[in-house]
Design a binder for this molecule. Sequence first.
Ligand code: GLV
Ligand code: MN
Ligand code: MN
Length: 425
Amino acid sequence: MTSELTTRALGEKAQRMIDALAAISASPENLTRLYLTPEHKRAAELVEVWMREAGLSTRMDAAGTMRGSLPPGKAGRSGNKALLIGSHIDTVIDAGRYDGNLGVVVGILAVETLKARGVELPFGLDILAFGDEEGVRFPVTLTSSAVVAGVFDQKALDVADEQEITLRDALVAFGGDPKRLRDEAYQRPSVLGYLEVHIEQGPVLERANEPLGAVTAIASQSRHRIRIRGEAGHAGTVPMGMRHDALTAAAEIILAAEEIARKDKKNSLVATVGHVEVMPGASNVIPADVRFSLDVRAANDKARKEAVEAITLVARKIDKRRHVVVGVETMLEKSVAECAPRLQKAIGTAVTAIQGKPARSLMSGAGHDGQSMVHLGEFGMIFVRCRAGISHNPNEFVTIDDMGLAVEALVGTILELAKQETAGR
Ligand code: GLV
Ligand code: MN
Ligand code: MN
């Protein structure tokens, strides 16, 4: 049996693992690791090595999720069930090193800690390293957790990345199997719940001087693709009143989306255009074709849907006024995902004991694999403070001490659930 590490040593080990993963990137200049790429494969293989060292039996599933399993330590009423623990190892472009990766590392270190303490759990533990939480490579997201949760939409296999590689072909090239995706879902009765540790990606915990918090829900979210077709023309000869400029039409819609979100005071409504393509893309040609992404989130589904409708209405009006053709496509739509009160309570108890202060409840504006996993059963999330709330940015930072506390909080939550199971909650 490995000896038990102190909280500080757990944090130091987490940092070494985080740094090893951060070295696996598509670019020598920054951290970029997209779904089903060679970098994703290398990161998954490293995670597999750590899972095996922690005593887990491993396998890569048909959607590229690395799964590590620990059977129940003792017989009991929930002995045929597994508690799922996971997060993601894909990143955005020029990412920070903690988003997603920390949850996988903390999951593995929690298993090591339980083993070192000689704990025999009355249920199994499955650690899941998902590959597609960010949804950067393909216009869909949460593919890997949707497969695990049995809510993957087979139509998504036909979507393509910027190189026109479909998700189906990318899965095959990675060693996955699009035909087996349906077989990879857990059966609901075999799942005790899903837990995830993730950086907060916002400033609340830091401002409150608290290392950890308990998530209440994940915001409602949708992603859209907007395409505007205008008419190319000579930048020097077409008078301003005779143009059908697709980019200036897009600019109006983008500013309107910002204004609609800014006006909201109650629903934490946010709207973001993060990717714009302009064609033909020459300084002396009036833009003929513009495509851009639109990401809308809110604390409730109604406010989010109303905002999307309002933005679409603006687009329709601009379409008429500027004589361009605007198309709005919805690529992804996720309702608010509520964390289970039972898991929030277990997390709250564990976090309160560790930080000596009641656990703060927080809503997550960021998307997470829990949005898929909620369809499988109860899910809960532990947030970890990150410096200045900075995320999706190479300056993302979590202290070693906070990472050690995050491992202790996950261990504490697992023990709390084990207590409940043993007592026959
Ligand atoms: C992922 O981090 C998302 O919230 O889009
Ligand atoms: Mn994430
Ligand atoms: Mn992210």
